[in-house]
Design a protein around this ligand. Sequence first.
Ligand code: HEM
Ligand code: HEM
Length: 214
Amino acid sequence: MELLVTVCAWLGLGVLLLGVTGRLLWAWRAARIEGSVLPVMSARYGLRSLVHWLLPLSTRNQRLHPVVTLVSYLFHLCLLLAPLLVAGHVELWRQRWGFGWPTLPDPVIDVMTLVVMVAVLFFLLRRLAAPEVRNVTGWKEYLLLMVVVAPFVTGIIAHLHLLDYRLVMVLHIVSGTLWLVLIPFSWLSHMFWFFFTRSYMGSEFGAVRNARDW
Ligand code: HEM
Ligand code: HEM
C-alpha cells in the first residue's frame, strides 16, 4: 500500500503539473505564431471579465439558469476544497514532507463529498434531459463524469468503512490518480483554459468591440 501511495501520488501530481505546463506553453507558442490573439489581450478588460464571470448570478446566462448555477458553484467549491482539506490527505503529506496545513472536520468533508456526488448526478440527468447539452454529449462526457465522481464515492466509502477498507482504498488511489492525470488531456482542462478564454473574450468585447460583457 505504501508503494502504491508513493507511485500514484508522484504519477498523478507529476503528470498534472507537467501536462498543464506543456499545454500552456504549446498554446502560448501557437498564439504567438497565429499573431492575432495576443495583441487583443487587455489586462483591464480581461480581469474585469474574470471577476464578472466568477461571481454567482452576474452573467445573463447564469441568471437564466439559477439552479444550474447554484449546483455548479457548490460543486466546484466542494470539489476543489475537500481533497485539499481532508485530514487523510494532509496526514499522508505530513508523513512524507514533515509539514501540513489545517484540515476540516471529517463530517464537513463527508457533506462536501455528498454535494459533489449529488451534483454529478444532476449534471448527468441534465445531459440526458436538456436538448442544448444532450446535443454536445457523447460517451466521453458520461465517462469523464464517472471519473470525476469516482474518488469521492470511494473516498466516502473508505472513510465510513462500508466495504473492505483495503480494496476500497486501492480503488480510491487508482481513481484519484486517473482524475489528476486526465485533467490536462480531456475537457477537464477547462480548469485552466477558463481563465484564458474568458480573459480573451472579455478583452475582445471590451477593448475591440466596445460591447457589453454578457
Ligand atoms: C494518490 C492519491 C490519493 C491517495 C493516496 C488518497 C488517500 C486518501 C485517504 C487515506 C483518505 C482518508 C480515508 C479515511 O478517512 O479512511 C482519503 C479521503 C478522501 N479522498 Fe483521497 N487520496 C488520493 C487521491 C484523491 C483525489 C485525486 C481526490 C479527489 C479529487 C480524493 C478525494 C478524497 C476525498 C473527497 C476524501 C474524503 C471522503 C470523505 O471522508 O467523505 N483523493 N483519500
Ligand atoms: C478553477 C477551476 C475551475 C473552473 C474555473 C471551472 C469552471 C467551470 C465552468 C465555467 C463550468 C460550466 C458551468 C456551468 O455549466 O454552469 C464548469 C463545469 C464543470 N466542471 Fe469545472 N471548473 C474548474 C475546475 C474543475 C475541476 C478540477 C473539475 C473536475 C476534475 C471540474 C469539473 C466540471 C464538471 C463535471 C462540470 C459540469 C459538466 C456538465 O455540465 O456535465 N471543474 N466548470
